[in-house]
Every structure is written in C-alpha cells, then in structure tokens.
Ligand binder design. Sequence first.
Ligand code: SF4
Length: 338
Amino acid sequence: MTADAVQAPTDPQPMPLLQVLGLHRYFRIKPQKLFGRHDNVQAVDGISFSINQGETLGLVGESGCGKSTTGRLVLGILPPTAGKILFEGRDIATLEPEEWRATRLDLQMIFQDPLSALDPRMTIGAQIREGLDIHELGTIEERNHKVEEMLDAVVLPRSLAQRYPHELSGGQQQRVVIARALILEPRLIVCDEPVSALDVSVQAQIVNLLSDLQQRFNVAYLFISHDLSVVRHISGRIAVMYLGQIVEEADRDDLFDHPRHPYTRALLSAIPVPDPRVKRDRMILKGDPPSVINPPSGCRFHTRCPFAKPLCSERVPALKAIGSNHRVACHLVEAGEL
Ligand code: SF4
C-alpha cells in the first residue's frame, strides 16, 4: 500500500440526539354500522428522520398531515403503532419508569396557543417554576433565582413574575411558555406551530428569540409549522409531510433553491413574494388533501399531482437520497424525468 492510499482517520459521526425510525401511528375509528368494518386513520405512516444536538428540523405540511401527531409521539404523549424513537441512542419505549422520568425532563414542548397552555389561576412566576417544583430540583431560593434568569432570557421584566396570564399580550404569554420549557434545561423542544396564533408583527420576534436561545442553550428543536416561510427562518433542515408521510427532506437552502417533489414545489410557489416586480409561477393544486382514512394508493399525492402517471397510483415511491442530505419520494424524480 502506498503512502497516498493510507487514509487519514476521520472523526466518528456524533450520534444523533433523536432518531425516528419507521414510525407509524394509526387511530382506529368506530366501525361502520352497516358493514361492521374497522377503518384506521393513518395519521403517521412510516416516517424516519433524525435531529442532532443544537439543530432545528422544520416539519412542514398542510393541516392534518400528521406533523403534530409526530410531535406527540416524539414526546411519548402518544404510543406509536409501530416503529422506534431513539433518544441518545436508547429506545424510549424500553426505558424503565425512573429512566423515562429523567429523559422526559430533556424533552419539552411549546404549544400553539400560549393562553390555553397556561393556567389562568397561577402567577407567571409559579408557572415557570412549576417543573422545578414538581421534580424538587434545587432549593426554593435557587428555583426563584432560576425563574428570574429565565425571564431575563426571554426578555421579559422580572416584575411579571407576580402577574397572571390574562394580563399579558399573546407574545408575552408565548415567552412565558418558552421560559417554562427552558427552565428544565431540555435537550430537545418540540415547537408545535409556536407562532401561528400570534400577530404577524410578533411572529418574527418569537422566531428570533427561539434562534437566540438555541445558540445560548444548545437546545435542538423539532419545529412544526404549516408555514414554510416561518420554518425557513429557523431550520437547518426541513422535512415536508403529506398525508402522514415525509415526501422530501433537505438542508434548508437546498430545499428552497432546488425543491424536487411536486408537493414541495407547490408549497414554495404559494409563498408571497414581497417585491411586486418579481413574478413567480404559481403551481395550483387540485382540490383538498384526500382523507387519511383509506388514503390513495401508490403515491398519496397522485390525486393532486400535475405530473402524475399511471405508475404513480400503482406503486408507493420510496424516500430516496438524490444528493447529500436530500431525500425525495417521487417516481419521476427517481427516473430523472422531473
Ligand atoms: Fe407526482 Fe407521481 Fe411523483 Fe407522486 S410519484 S409526486 S404522483 S410524479
């Protein structure tokens, strides 16, 4: 072997913080009276992805595509029908109750509607401190000091600790929800539509705050949204979901500059362009998404796809790599025809 052939040792890839492998979640619905048949809502149907420490994966798609169910599965709020969720390499379904209790501290959630996520009868300070109280972490003085630190971190005055949720604006309430999640020093936060209930003027502030907090605390986000333009501001990678399946996943800039799946292209073409002189060809999709009860055969998007061919309704396209960090589930992309 020549000296040139000797390869320099490469750093081993760090283990992803979260790995989701072949995750399914079906909900059984009432049998039809006439036929006694049981149907399933296939909310999540065989998705896989991973998130590294300190990074943001944006999960985007229309309402009802399964993205919020995915968030609840990752947090262990719902059990999967099949598939695995590995947190730091360990299957969360196999953890002992004590291990799960400790892991649960590392996994927090930020909800869409901050007001309904907060208890109207508790002061802001008590709500931010609640996780520390439940888990008896630190002395009372240490917990109160931590509450002040968290209020500083989310740029709220410390005096708000004595106030109640209804006295705050929507943006301030969401900052409280963020402080309450962060006080437990989680490794991963599932942000489920965290800005969609807020005024547009406040949305950017909250997204920027989440970005700043990520830098400071090295926390990872699974950022769920129906709005690609919001997801763009915070995500390093983006996965696009349609009817319970991931149809495309790529690094943020790659997805925006070179979208390949027709559904991603349609979503991108619907984003308004601020400059009226810039013309964008809008790709209008036919109709509403089909039901997740008995979804379409083959590619689930074929009933709305302007490029669909007979094969598309016959065979399910696999999510395949088409470049580094870019995966697409489309027969025509795979064949080089799109
Ligand atoms: Fe459209 Fe066919 Fe590709 Fe599905 S597989 S996205 S129907 S072209």
